[in-house]
Write a protein that binds this ligand. Structure first.
Ligand code: UFG
Length: 334
């Protein structure tokens, strides 16, 4: 009998690949990925860090039920970590139907397979963006408001779909992890975030300014009501985020649970630039421009629930984040 497997949908991507390298037994991982936002070279990068076989990766679209079901016919899947989905906020505003079709069908197919193949445990990659425009620190007892874009809406709806499934499958264990701002890279420098085209997110953009690919950073707004006028986020090292998944994997509990995954520490755009300069010795030129549409002033987690209930706590500082991000960027440029 084959050992029980952990299926990671979208597992070749930025967050999924850091989870795979953090598993106590990476050979138990099966990855389903359509490679729409990554490429198969990621397998070679994973091999630099852990023992990993090419046949652990199945190229398939999770939203395509027939193709996705083939995995369950071949492998005994005990747990699914569901990460697959489109994830660009701005793009989702322009293409709402593509986001609803892809992201919701993917979650629906995951639940259908849990039902049909008796999968015991699900961990869902959700986002702090489900809170909508509420004041920080955000905690899990807050009622979710209407979100500000279709991407966020697909996360909120997926959470509700999973919760409803749990109501009629009391033996099932499901957890939604609401990620705050995942950043940084594996300390080896082999895996990290590889944005396609111009980076949307702050730290990948800063990395490219540092490596000379872009001349300066645009600071989107310096007129927020914060200590230096720039917006505040809760940046969490991707290895800490990966560890939170491992923690849930090791502590399944029947029923539906939700946890914030953040540090509880707010960092402004200018704080992050200063921390990057200090950690790397590289100067980041900046230019202040207008606010980016849809941005919140502040998004910081109350991360006490996962700490109290499971003992998980972030370990990496903002300096560690910047060092590892820069190490990865230099590896990429070589
Ligand atoms: N920013 C800049 N310049 C840039 C890029 C970003 O000033 O070139 C600013 C933004 O205005 C924002 C902050 O840096 O104030 C962080 O922006 P990011 O794009 O890095 O992150 P967001 O908080 O906007 O969004 C991220 C993910 C979403 C996710 C959300 C959860 O991109 O997918 O965190 O809170 F939903």
């Amino acid at each position: 009998m084959e050992t029980k497997k952990v299926l990671l949908t979208g597992g070749l991507g930025y967050i999924g690949s850091h989870i795979v390298v953090s598993l106590s037994d990476p050979s138990s991982a099966i990855i389903a990925d359509d490679c729409s936002n990554c490429d198969l070279k990621q397998i070679d990068r994973l091999k630099q860090v852990i023992p990993f076989e090419k046949n652990q990766v199945i190229v398939c679209d999770v939203a395509d039920l027939e193709a996705f079901e083939e995995i369950f016919k071949k492998h005994k899947i005990e747990t699914i970590i569901h990460l697959a989905g489109y994830k660009a906020v701005g793009e989702s505003v322009k293409q709402p139907l593509a986001y609803y079709t892809n992201n919701l069908n993917a979650t629906l197919n995951v639940l259908k397979m849990c039902n049909k193949y008796d999968v015991k445990h699900l961990i869902f990659s959700s986002s702090a963006t489900v809170y909508g425009p509420q004041s920080s620190p955000m905690d899990e007892s807050m009622t979710l408001l209407k979100t500000t874009n279709p991407y966020a809406e697909t996360k909120a709806i997926s959470e509700r779909m999973i919760e409803d499934y749990c109501l009629v499958h009391p033996e099932f264990s499901a957890t939604s992890l609401r990620y705050f701002n995942p950043v940084g890279a594996h300390p080896s420098g082999f895996i990290g975030e590889i944005p396609s085209g111009i980076p949307n997110n702050l730290l990948p953009y800063v990395q490219q300014v540092a490596s000379g690919k872009r001349p300066y950073l645009n600071v989107f707004g310096k007129d927020y009501e914060t200590k230096d006028g720039t917006a505040i986020r809760d940046y969490i090292h991707v290895m800490d985020l990966a560890d939170a998944h491992v923690c849930i994997l090791n502590n399944p509990k029947q029923g539906y649970r939700v946890y914030n995954v953040g540090t509880g520490v707010g960092t402004s755009v200018l704080d992050l630039v200063k921390a990057f300069e200090k950690a790397t010795g590289v100067k980041i030129p900046t230019e202040v421009t207008h606010r980016r549409a849809g941005d919140l002033q502040e998004s910081v987690a109350n991360a006490s629930k996962i700490n109290k209930e499971l003992g998980w706590k972030s370990r990496y500082s903002i300096e560690d984040i910047c060092k590892d991000a820069w190490n990865f960027e230099k590896h990429q440029s070589n």
